[in-house]
Design a protein around this ligand. Structure first.
Ligand code: HEC
Length: 218
Protein backbone atom coordinates (compact mmCIF):
# COMPACT_ATOMS: atom_id res chain seq x y z
CA UNK A 1 0.00 0.00 0.00
CA UNK A 2 2.52 2.56 1.12
CA UNK A 3 5.18 1.71 -1.43
CA UNK A 4 2.73 2.96 -4.01
CA UNK A 5 3.88 6.45 -3.13
CA UNK A 6 7.46 5.77 -4.06
CA UNK A 7 6.58 5.17 -7.66
CA UNK A 8 3.56 7.28 -8.31
CA UNK A 9 4.71 10.75 -7.36
CA UNK A 10 3.68 12.94 -4.46
CA UNK A 11 7.01 11.87 -3.13
CA UNK A 12 7.86 15.01 -1.23
CA UNK A 13 4.68 15.13 0.77
CA UNK A 14 4.24 11.46 1.46
CA UNK A 15 7.90 10.86 2.07
CA UNK A 16 8.11 13.20 5.03
CA UNK A 17 5.00 11.65 6.44
CA UNK A 18 6.31 8.12 6.16
CA UNK A 19 9.77 8.97 7.38
CA UNK A 20 8.52 10.61 10.52
CA UNK A 21 5.94 8.02 11.41
CA UNK A 22 7.65 4.78 10.52
CA UNK A 23 11.32 5.24 9.94
CA UNK A 24 12.15 7.29 13.00
CA UNK A 25 10.42 4.88 15.26
CA UNK A 26 11.99 1.76 13.88
CA UNK A 27 15.21 2.32 11.98
CA UNK A 28 16.81 5.61 12.85
CA UNK A 29 16.39 5.78 16.56
CA UNK A 30 18.38 2.73 17.44
CA UNK A 31 21.01 4.43 19.58
CA UNK A 32 24.41 2.85 20.04
CA UNK A 33 26.49 3.46 23.13
CA UNK A 34 30.15 2.79 23.77
CA UNK A 35 32.48 3.46 26.68
CA UNK A 36 36.14 4.50 26.30
CA UNK A 37 38.68 5.46 28.93
CA UNK A 38 42.17 6.75 29.62
CA UNK A 39 43.97 6.03 32.85
CA UNK A 40 46.39 8.39 34.59
CA UNK A 41 46.34 11.10 31.94
CA UNK A 42 48.17 14.18 33.11
CA UNK A 43 47.03 17.05 30.93
CA UNK A 44 43.39 18.04 30.63
CA UNK A 45 44.12 20.14 27.55
CA UNK A 46 45.45 17.24 25.46
CA UNK A 47 42.86 14.63 26.44
CA UNK A 48 40.62 15.45 23.43
CA UNK A 49 43.37 14.36 21.06
CA UNK A 50 44.61 11.40 23.08
CA UNK A 51 43.83 7.90 21.91
CA UNK A 52 41.39 6.26 24.27
CA UNK A 53 41.21 2.62 25.33
CA UNK A 54 38.22 0.30 25.38
CA UNK A 55 34.91 0.21 23.49
CA UNK A 56 34.80 1.48 19.94
CA UNK A 57 37.96 3.55 20.59
CA UNK A 58 40.03 0.39 21.11
CA UNK A 59 43.28 2.25 21.71
CA UNK A 60 43.03 3.86 18.26
CA UNK A 61 40.64 6.74 18.45
CA UNK A 62 40.59 9.98 20.38
CA UNK A 63 37.43 11.76 21.47
CA UNK A 64 37.96 14.05 18.49
CA UNK A 65 38.14 11.08 16.09
CA UNK A 66 34.98 9.66 17.59
CA UNK A 67 33.13 12.94 17.12
CA UNK A 68 34.18 13.14 13.52
CA UNK A 69 32.65 9.67 13.04
CA UNK A 70 29.30 10.87 14.28
CA UNK A 71 29.57 9.96 17.95
CA UNK A 72 28.39 12.43 20.55
CA UNK A 73 29.82 12.68 24.04
CA UNK A 74 27.03 11.67 26.35
CA UNK A 75 28.96 11.81 29.61
CA UNK A 76 32.51 12.27 30.92
CA UNK A 77 33.68 11.12 34.30
CA UNK A 78 37.00 12.41 35.62
CA UNK A 79 38.58 10.87 38.72
CA UNK A 80 41.86 12.29 40.06
CA UNK A 81 44.62 9.76 40.70
CA UNK A 82 48.12 10.16 42.11
CA UNK A 83 49.48 10.27 38.52
CA UNK A 84 46.93 12.54 36.87
CA UNK A 85 43.32 11.65 36.21
CA UNK A 86 41.23 8.75 34.95
CA UNK A 87 38.85 9.75 32.15
CA UNK A 88 35.79 7.76 31.25
CA UNK A 89 33.87 8.79 28.12
CA UNK A 90 30.41 7.60 27.22
CA UNK A 91 29.72 8.08 23.50
CA UNK A 92 26.34 7.79 21.84
CA UNK A 93 25.33 7.53 18.21
CA UNK A 94 21.93 7.40 16.54
CA UNK A 95 22.69 4.67 14.06
CA UNK A 96 20.96 5.19 10.77
CA UNK A 97 20.65 8.98 10.64
CA UNK A 98 24.30 9.89 10.48
CA UNK A 99 26.38 8.90 7.50
CA UNK A 100 23.36 7.54 5.64
CA UNK A 101 21.91 9.34 2.69
CA UNK A 102 18.23 9.94 2.39
CA UNK A 103 18.17 7.61 -0.57
CA UNK A 104 19.61 4.78 1.50
CA UNK A 105 17.11 5.48 4.22
CA UNK A 106 14.22 5.34 1.79
CA UNK A 107 15.64 2.15 0.36
CA UNK A 108 15.82 0.61 3.81
CA UNK A 109 12.31 1.72 4.58
CA UNK A 110 11.03 0.36 1.30
CA UNK A 111 12.65 -3.02 1.96
CA UNK A 112 11.25 -3.05 5.46
CA UNK A 113 7.74 -2.37 4.19
CA UNK A 114 8.12 -5.03 1.52
CA UNK A 115 9.24 -7.58 4.10
CA UNK A 116 6.38 -6.71 6.39
CA UNK A 117 3.95 -7.06 3.52
CA UNK A 118 5.39 -10.43 2.56
CA UNK A 119 5.25 -11.67 6.14
CA UNK A 120 1.62 -10.58 6.39
CA UNK A 121 0.71 -12.32 3.14
CA UNK A 122 2.53 -15.44 4.23
CA UNK A 123 0.68 -15.43 7.53
CA UNK A 124 -2.68 -14.91 5.82
CA UNK A 125 -1.90 -17.84 3.53
CA UNK A 126 -1.03 -20.07 6.46
CA UNK A 127 -4.13 -19.00 8.37
CA UNK A 128 -6.25 -19.82 5.36
CA UNK A 129 -4.54 -23.18 4.95
CA UNK A 130 -5.26 -24.04 8.57
CA UNK A 131 -8.88 -22.87 8.32
CA UNK A 132 -9.46 -24.86 5.11
CA UNK A 133 -7.77 -27.87 6.57
CA UNK A 134 -9.92 -27.78 9.71
CA UNK A 135 -13.13 -27.48 7.73
CA UNK A 136 -11.88 -30.27 5.47
CA UNK A 137 -11.14 -32.49 8.44
CA UNK A 138 -14.68 -32.15 9.78
CA UNK A 139 -16.17 -33.05 6.41
CA UNK A 140 -13.73 -35.81 5.53
CA UNK A 141 -13.73 -37.69 8.83
CA UNK A 142 -17.52 -37.62 9.08
CA UNK A 143 -18.43 -38.41 5.45
CA UNK A 144 -15.53 -39.80 3.43
CA UNK A 145 -13.05 -41.67 5.61
CA UNK A 146 -15.37 -44.65 5.87
CA UNK A 147 -14.79 -45.65 2.28
CA UNK A 148 -11.57 -43.80 1.43
CA UNK A 149 -9.53 -44.49 4.60
CA UNK A 150 -8.42 -42.19 7.43
CA UNK A 151 -5.68 -40.70 5.31
CA UNK A 152 -7.21 -41.12 1.86
CA UNK A 153 -5.00 -44.15 1.35
CA UNK A 154 -7.66 -46.73 0.40
CA UNK A 155 -9.15 -47.69 -2.96
CA UNK A 156 -12.85 -47.19 -2.14
CA UNK A 157 -14.69 -50.47 -2.76
CA UNK A 158 -11.53 -51.62 -4.49
CA UNK A 159 -12.08 -49.33 -7.49
CA UNK A 160 -11.22 -45.67 -6.80
CA UNK A 161 -7.75 -44.27 -6.79
CA UNK A 162 -6.45 -43.52 -3.29
CA UNK A 163 -7.46 -39.88 -2.74
CA UNK A 164 -4.04 -39.00 -1.35
CA UNK A 165 -2.56 -39.57 -4.80
CA UNK A 166 -4.78 -36.99 -6.54
CA UNK A 167 -3.71 -33.41 -7.12
CA UNK A 168 -6.17 -30.56 -6.64
CA UNK A 169 -7.13 -30.50 -10.30
CA UNK A 170 -7.81 -34.23 -10.52
CA UNK A 171 -9.80 -34.08 -7.31
CA UNK A 172 -11.98 -31.30 -8.66
CA UNK A 173 -12.49 -32.93 -12.05
CA UNK A 174 -13.47 -36.23 -10.49
CA UNK A 175 -16.18 -34.64 -8.35
CA UNK A 176 -17.45 -32.69 -11.35
CA UNK A 177 -17.53 -35.85 -13.45
CA UNK A 178 -19.77 -37.64 -10.94
CA UNK A 179 -22.07 -34.63 -10.87
CA UNK A 180 -22.45 -34.20 -14.62
CA UNK A 181 -22.75 -37.91 -15.35
CA UNK A 182 -19.42 -38.29 -17.13
CA UNK A 183 -18.42 -40.89 -14.58
CA UNK A 184 -21.04 -43.55 -14.59
CA UNK A 185 -19.55 -46.85 -13.45
CA UNK A 186 -21.55 -49.24 -11.31
CA UNK A 187 -19.67 -48.20 -8.18
CA UNK A 188 -20.07 -44.52 -8.93
CA UNK A 189 -23.61 -44.81 -7.58
CA UNK A 190 -22.01 -45.06 -4.15
CA UNK A 191 -19.99 -41.91 -4.69
CA UNK A 192 -22.51 -39.68 -6.44
CA UNK A 193 -24.51 -38.50 -3.42
CA UNK A 194 -21.28 -37.31 -1.79
CA UNK A 195 -20.07 -35.59 -4.92
CA UNK A 196 -23.45 -33.89 -5.23
CA UNK A 197 -23.19 -32.43 -1.76
CA UNK A 198 -19.77 -30.86 -2.30
CA UNK A 199 -19.17 -27.34 -3.57
CA UNK A 200 -15.89 -25.89 -4.74
CA UNK A 201 -14.88 -24.82 -1.25
CA UNK A 202 -15.61 -28.28 0.21
CA UNK A 203 -13.37 -29.88 -2.39
CA UNK A 204 -10.59 -27.44 -1.63
CA UNK A 205 -11.00 -28.01 2.12
CA UNK A 206 -10.90 -31.81 1.89
CA UNK A 207 -7.97 -31.68 -0.50
CA UNK A 208 -6.10 -29.32 1.86
CA UNK A 209 -6.83 -31.55 4.84
CA UNK A 210 -5.56 -34.71 3.11
CA UNK A 211 -2.48 -32.84 1.97
CA UNK A 212 -1.78 -31.57 5.49
CA UNK A 213 -2.05 -34.98 7.19
CA UNK A 214 -0.09 -36.77 4.48
CA UNK A 215 2.81 -34.34 4.58
CA UNK A 216 3.21 -34.63 8.35
CA UNK A 217 6.10 -36.77 9.39
CA UNK A 218 5.02 -39.20 12.05
C1 HEC B 1 -19.92 -45.19 0.45
C2 HEC B 1 -18.53 -45.10 0.10
C3 HEC B 1 -17.98 -43.74 -0.27
C4 HEC B 1 -18.03 -42.59 0.46
C5 HEC B 1 -18.65 -42.38 1.84
C6 HEC B 1 -17.32 -41.57 -0.32
N1 HEC B 1 -16.88 -42.12 -1.48
FE1 HEC B 1 -15.70 -41.20 -2.85
N2 HEC B 1 -15.73 -42.86 -4.00
C7 HEC B 1 -16.34 -44.05 -3.67
C8 HEC B 1 -16.19 -44.98 -4.77
C9 HEC B 1 -16.71 -46.41 -4.81
C10 HEC B 1 -15.48 -44.30 -5.76
C11 HEC B 1 -15.11 -44.83 -7.13
C12 HEC B 1 -16.35 -44.77 -8.03
C13 HEC B 1 -16.02 -45.05 -9.46
O1 HEC B 1 -16.03 -46.19 -9.86
O2 HEC B 1 -15.74 -44.05 -10.15
C14 HEC B 1 -15.18 -42.99 -5.23
C15 HEC B 1 -14.45 -42.04 -5.91
C16 HEC B 1 -14.08 -40.82 -5.39
C17 HEC B 1 -13.21 -39.88 -6.05
C18 HEC B 1 -12.54 -40.07 -7.39
C19 HEC B 1 -11.29 -40.90 -7.21
C20 HEC B 1 -10.72 -41.38 -8.52
O3 HEC B 1 -10.51 -42.61 -8.65
O4 HEC B 1 -10.48 -40.56 -9.42
C21 HEC B 1 -13.10 -38.81 -5.24
C22 HEC B 1 -12.29 -37.55 -5.49
C23 HEC B 1 -13.89 -39.08 -4.07
N3 HEC B 1 -14.46 -40.31 -4.19
C24 HEC B 1 -14.01 -38.21 -2.99
C25 HEC B 1 -14.87 -38.46 -1.91
C26 HEC B 1 -15.12 -37.51 -0.88
C27 HEC B 1 -14.45 -36.14 -0.77
C28 HEC B 1 -15.99 -38.06 -0.04
C29 HEC B 1 -16.61 -37.44 1.18
C30 HEC B 1 -17.32 -36.18 1.01
C31 HEC B 1 -16.30 -39.38 -0.53
N4 HEC B 1 -15.60 -39.57 -1.69
C32 HEC B 1 -17.14 -40.28 0.08
C33 HEC B 1 -16.97 -44.33 -2.50
C34 HEC B 1 -17.25 -43.44 -1.49
Amino acid sequence: MLHFFFFKGNVMIKKSLIVSSLLLSSIALQAQTTMCFKENHKDMITIENTRLDGGACAGNKSAKDMKSEGWMVDDIKITPTSNGSNYIYIFKKESGLQNVSEEELMDKLYKKLENEKKAKEEKAKQDLFVANSKAGEALYTSKCANCHGDKGELRAKGVSKPLNTLDHNEFQHAIKAYNNGERNSVMSILMKPYAGSMDYQDIKNVYTYLKSINSEKN
